[in-house]
Design a protein around this ligand. Structure first.
Ligand code: MV4
Length: 445
């Protein structure tokens, strides 16, 4: 096992990783920008190193500064968390070239899944269901229109180097195709430096359901069930739950085993998430994330596993704790608490003047905030996650409503009132909500 892990991240995930390290008897190093000198991560880690000024580009994305901090503190491994450098294959490669372990998959697997066209071809060859569409990249509008017309409209044009929704174009009919195709290509080039695009049949009203997978370096590969992340606005998830209220055990076993087999055949190491669109009882592969995700706690709550500890074990060459995909217990829901106006979504950084954490049976609060803490304006606005566990979904919803009521965060605006509202909506209560639901419900609010 590693003696010391450096955490190349900030906020609640930095704290989450420090906690796992502490429980495993592993020393931790927090790196931080000057804006984060008073962070909980700096306080709770064994050591800390300032790596630069506030902008992410000059601190949490500053590869030479992070590698220097790892060398200086004699760290054995680097955990990238989520966001920042977590899916940067070049960073993973440099970490390994400098003699540190990267707590994540190989640079080759990050690269392979980062190219959405290659990713789709890879998983399709290994037996995962994909959305019908072009077989690879499409480099001219004429070929694109032919593919779209054969498939039937509407279609969606996506950037091969994209992901997370950037640079997508939905095309309703043949006469708008040319213009949309050109726009998709120029947006792809501007955003990702690569104008490769591909085409898919557009699914009109799906759910976003993702499968948590895990592989080790001993040939073990498992799935830990799904998370339903369909409650989102502008590609930002607000609520995540496990299991999905619409997935039967038979369907879960089927798509879960297919997902586990896929990463087993790839020789994939570490935590991963295979994202699917789900419509009319069928799954369609969307993309694979090669990192730990924000919403990993809902899977932890229903499986009892510590996914961060598993990541660290696998990176150190140990076997996964469980060699078989396991059955879950009960239900879990997570809400993301953002320091934002709950009506306009305008960020609300500033000082937290009063704070009281929710608690009680089945309640978990993953956050790096404290009374007197100032939320800096330089980073994303998520200030914590409230996660509950219950015997069933009904108990879970009521427990979450109770926990939100007892949470006190004064000094900044938060999205807590919005979450209380979401939990009361019949579409949420029914569990049948899709990716379109929240944005349409907000218009009518
Ligand atoms: C789609 C789709 C419908 N049909 N692909 C959005 C993020 C990116 N990863 C892929 N996305 C979508 N791909 C086909 N063939 C709809 C979306 C989509 C979406 C997906 C998941 C969660 C929220 C979404 C919001 C709008 C569009």
């Amino acid at each position: 096992m590693f003696k010391k892990v450096l955490i190349a991240n900030r906020g609640e995930i930095a704290l989450r990783i420090i906690r796992a390290c502490r429980e495993m008897g592993v020393q931790s190093v927090a790196v931080h920008s000057t804006a984060d000198a008073n962070s909980m991560a700096v306080r709770l880690a064994d050591e800390s190193v300032c790596i630069g000024p506030p902008p992410g580009r000059e601190s949490y994305l500053n590869i030479p500064a992070i590698l220097s901090a790892a060398a200086l503190t004699n760290a054995d491994a680097i955990h990238p968390g989520y966001g920042f450098l977590s899916e940067n294959a070049q960073f993973a490669r440099m970490v390994e070239e400098h003699g540190f372990a990267f707590i994540g998959p190989t640079p080759e697997h990050i690269e392979q899944m980062g190219d959405k066209v290659r990713a789709k071809q890879t998983v399709m060859a290994l037996g995962l269901p994909v959305v019908p569409g072009s077989e690879g990249g499409v480099d001219n509008a004429k070929d694109g229109l032919q593919i779209a017309s054969d498939m039937g409209f509407p279609v969606i044009i996506k950037a091969a180097s994209g992901g997370g929704g950037k640079g997508m174009q939905v095309v309703e009919s043949a006469d708008e195709f040319g213009e949309s195709f050109d726009r998709a290509r120029s947006e792809a080039l501007a955003n990702f430096g690569d104008d490769t695009v591909y085409i898919e049949k557009f699914l009109k009203n799906p759910k976003h359901i993702e499968i948590q997978v895990f592989g080790d370096t001993h040939g073990n590969a498992i799935h830990l069930g799904e998370r339903d992340c369909s409650v989102q606005r502008r590609h930002q998830k607000l609520v995540e739950e496990a299991p999905s209220p619409v997935i039967t055990q038979a369907l879960r076993d089927e798509i879960g085993e297919l997902s586990a087999k896929t990463i087993r055949d790839m020789g994939y190491r570490g935590a991963g998430t295979i994202e699917f669109l789900y419509e009319h009882g069928k799954f369609y592969f969307m993309e694979m994330n090669t990192r730990i995700q924000v919403e990993h706690p809902v899977t932890e709550m229903i499986t009892g596993l510590d996914l961060i500890a598993e990541q660290i074990k696998v990176a150190a060459g140990e076997e996964l704790t469980f060699k078989d995909s396991l059955r879950s217990r009960g239900h879990s829901i997570e809400i993301r608490i953002n320091a934002e106006d709950p009506d306009t979504f305008i960020p609300s950084p500033g000082k937290i003047t009063q704070f009281h954490s929710p608690g009680g049976l089945g309640v978990r609060f993953d956050s790096a905030i404290y009374q007197g803490y100032s939320i800096p304006p330089y980073y994303d606005s998520m200030i914590g996650k409230l996660i509950v566990h219950g015997r069933d979904r009904d108990e879970c919803i009521r427990r979450l409503q109770r926990a939100i009521r007892e949470t006190v965060i004064v000094g900044v605006k938060t999205t807590l009132p919005l979450h209380q509202w979401i939990l009361e909506q019949p579409e949420f209560v029914s569990g049948e909500y899709t990716i379109k639901w929240l944005e349409e419900a907000l218009k009518k609010r």
